[in-house]
Design a binder for this molecule. Sequence first.
Ligand code: GDP
Length: 200
Amino acid sequence: MKINSAEFVISNSKVAHCPKSTLPEYAFIGRSNVGKSSLINMITGRKSLAKTSGRPGKTQLINHFLINKNWHLVDLPGYGYARVSKSAKKVFQKFITAYFEERKQLVCAFVLVDSRHEPQKIDMEFMQWLGEHGIPFCIIFTKTDKLKPQAITRNIANYQEKMLEDWEEMPHYFVTSSTAKTGDEEILDFIENLNKEVVK
Ligand code: GDP
């Protein structure tokens, strides 16, 4: 899929205030600093559609972007950042879970994980929660330019092994680097194919 247009629509913390449109949408979520803003900018080909933050935890709203006038990309708040106070964190979690529970337009969530790290408990728990709620998701491994090819393969195999302790199969996944600009076409083609299914 080629990106012809990418426009900011609305930011808010209430699912009820999200766009009423029934266009298919795709949500991007992950731990703060995982590289979500950089990835969104890469796949949309826009330098600063999503703000890349020096200060993690900054994007604490549900952000809708209209892509090619026919689907929504949703930038969700990063989770699990320690500097956000416990009570504030609870609020974020509540509206994030409300988003997933209520947003019928959601076709697939993309859970971003840093390819350099061991599987993290918070990501595992979040994916578990998505699974329990029947929400389709994929994994996006980020920042692979920071690893040698063998290390990428090893870390993903390690991740898969961990996932298979709880899951029957490894979710569909993408291997990306916003710095090296890799993995964007695969994600966009995947979305394009799902969009075709949805509008059938
Ligand atoms: P967010 O908090 O998840 O939105 O993460 P950002 O996109 O703001 O990125 C967090 C930090 O990681 C920034 O310093 C980025 O420059 C850096 N970063 C993001 N993606 C990549 C990548 O693919 N490769 C490398 N080397 N650094 C990245």
